[in-house]
Design a protein around this ligand. Structure first.
Ligand code: MG
Length: 262
């Protein structure tokens, strides 16, 4: 099994009146959803998506296919609610997350993404963005038409090209990773990545050891800026991998272990 330490934090930000982000931190699934489509619609979409992802009842691990099916179920729920209720006809939501899974008999992590919320992985001092934004500016960057710096102030920087609830079925980006003790995953809405560039996120990540303190610190650091958007962060630290005994060993002083055995 994979043992994790988790922190989550969400805030309305400095300007908006409603928080349309939603977070899920319920093992085996950790996710951020960033709703859009009017004041009411955004909140409905992100809440509905998180509700449809929170279906594993505290299992220590699930099949990757079950997680992807839950994301499709979230898409169906948002899409059908749009069609049934004209007041939320324009709504949709991003979803980005990490799930604890069993893949071909081994512990594995499933990372998944729709939209422009992000998953980063920190290993030591290095921070790497695992997900690719489904956004207009990302497409312009990939086409070589604008730089990352220009994307930060581009008028269409908030326009996503793929959302939960936009079509009857959704294409989900996903990756299966082998977990290592010390891996740290930061799942965030664009309220964080739009406010803090990767270097600033990396500096905060390197500075805070505990997962819950890190989630709070990242949100607080965004709030210290303009923070016009809602901002949400879920931190997942891998603290143990393998059998229950192996997990216990991670926290045991090696000399003490040797003494007991000797
Ligand atoms: Mg946002």
């Amino acid at each position: 099994m994979i043992a994790v330490s988790v922190g989550a934090s969400t805030h309305v930000g400095n300007v908006r009146k409603n928080n349309q982000d939603a977070v899920l931190a319920a093992s085996p699934l950790f996710a951020v959803a960033d709703g859009m489509g009017g004041v009411a619609g955004g909140e409905v979409a992100s809440a509905l998506a998180v509700e449809r992802l929170n279906v594993f009842g505290g299992a220590t691990a699930v099949e990757p296919s079950s997680v992807l099916a839950a994301v499709q179920a979230a898409n169906t729920a948002v899409f059908e609610r749009r069609r049934a209720d004209p007041s939320v006809a324009e709504m949709g939501t991003t979803v980005a997350g990490v799930a604890l899974t069993r893949h071909e008999g081994s512990d594995a992590l499933l990372v998944f993404n729709v939209g422009d919320s992000r998953i980063y992985r920190a290993q030591g001092a290095a921070l790497e963005q695992l997900s690719t934004d489904h956004s207009v500016v990302e497409e312009l960057i990939e086409a070589g038409r604008i730089t990352t710096e220009q994307a930060a102030t581009h008028p269409e920087r908030n326009v996503v090209t793929r959302v939960i609830g936009g079509e009857p079925t959704v294409q989900i980006d996903s990756w299966i990773l082998v977990p290592s003790v010390g891996d740290r995953f930061i799942i965030c809405s664009d309220g964080l990545s739009g406010e803090l560039d990767d270097d600033r996120i990396a500096a905060v990540v390197a500075d805070v050891m505990q997962a819950d303190a890190l989630a709070d610190k990242l949100v607080a650091t965004a709030l210290a800026g303009r923070c016009r958007d809602n901002v949400s962060v879920v931190v997942v630290d891998v603290v143990g991998v393998g059998s229950t005994d192996d997990v216990a060993d991670e926290d045991t002083d090696p000399r003490l272990l040797a003494d007991q055995r000797g």
